[in-house]
Design a protein around this ligand. Structure first.
Ligand code: ASP
Length: 312
């Protein structure tokens, strides 16, 4: 029997068109995916909702919260076996992770997007949408958390990141890999995520800043965080989670002001840990009260801290 899938559009390249005169990619008033829905209906009964029509750099945590609430409302009043969200790829991983942290459904929530707009040669949008619907409708996709499906790969929201500015194989899960693949005949999972955490949130009331740490960085910007009214800060530290010694006064200042400081690694692979005991080393940071967030990118650690603060 065909499954019922809720399809929510938010914009992004998957809903855009190339203007052949100017060469610019633009939002189109009528979502070009709408014309493809008849084709996609062969895989599931689709109910479409247009949440936004935004390029994903315009998406904020408030939009993410709206999406979460929309899913809650729709699934409370209708029977859906899965949810698919189309989204611009630039911040897709952040919306996916926000939903991963703030929801706890057994049914799959699958995000997808495209690297080529709808009227470009080799456009990947409709194909990715079809693959995402097939995953959302697959029996074996339940209880895997929020998923990201592009280029025939299935990634977890927690690990996936955009790794290439233009390639269709941009979405990767560094050091973990995809948890499954989409083939012509089936949806194959070869891993399952471990325990999930759920941070219930009903409003975005806090502000969290993030800095990529660099050689020679000083404390002045960290001092400004408290003055600007931020409630927390994430540092993408060097290597295993170290910082230049000149940052220590700034970190100490924030911790004394009860502003949590989280450290992740700015490295693409590996995790931050309190190993080095030299001035500015991770061990010293840990002893000062800095929290290490193992295995999350800076942008995801920032969302996690934001939701922790918002959910109390
Ligand atoms: N800049 C676009 C966006 O994120 C890129 C894309 O959708 O692939 O909206």
């Amino acid at each position: 029997m065909k499954k019922n899938i809720l399809l929510i559009h938010t914009g992004g390249t998957i809903s855009m068109q190339l203007n052949t005169e100017t060469g610019g990619v633009i939002l189109s008033a009528a979502n070009p995916l709408a014309m493809e829905i008849d084709n996609i209906q062969q895989f599931a009964n689709i109910t479409e909702v247009e949440a936004f029509n935004l390029p994903s750099p315009h998406i904020t945590p408030e939009h993410m919260l709206t999406l979460k609430m929309m899913i809650e409302q729709q699934t409370a009043t209708n029977h859906f076996d899965g949810v698919v969200i189309t989204h611009g790829t630039d911040t897709l991983e952040e919306t996916a992770y926000f939903l991963e942290l703030s929801t706890n459904y057994a049914i799959p929530i699958v995000l997808t997007g495209a690297m080529r707009s709808s009227n470009e040669i080799g456009a990947d949008g409709v194909y990715n949408l079809m693959a995402a619907v097939r995953v959302a409708a697959a029996d074996n996709a339940n209880d895997k958390g929020v998923l990201v499906v592009l280029n025939d790969e299935i990634h977890t929201a927690t690990n996936v990141t955009k790794t290439h500015s233009s390639s269709v194989s941009t979405f990767q899960s560094p050091q973990y890999g995809p948890i499954g693949i989409v083939t012509k005949s089936a949806i194959h999972f070869h891993h399952a995520p471990l325990a999930r955490i759920c941070l219930p949130v009903d409003a975005i009331r806090k502000k969290v800043a993030m800095f990529k740490i660099y050689a020679g960085m000083e404390s002045d910007m960290l001092h400004s965080i408290a003055t600007l009214g931020y409630d927390g800060v994430v540092l993408e530290g060097l290597g295993q989670g170290n910082v230049p010694p000149a940052l220590l006064t700034g970190i100490e200042y924030l911790l004394k002001a009860n502003i949590p400081v989280i450290v992740v690694s700015r490295c693409f692979n590996g995790i931050a840990q309190d190993i080095y005991a030299y001035e500015g080393g991770g061990k010293m940071l840990k002893d000062m009260g800095v929290r290490f967030e193992h295995g999350l990118s800076g942008q995801k650690a920032r969302l996690k801290l934001l939701l922790e603060l918002c959910s109390g």
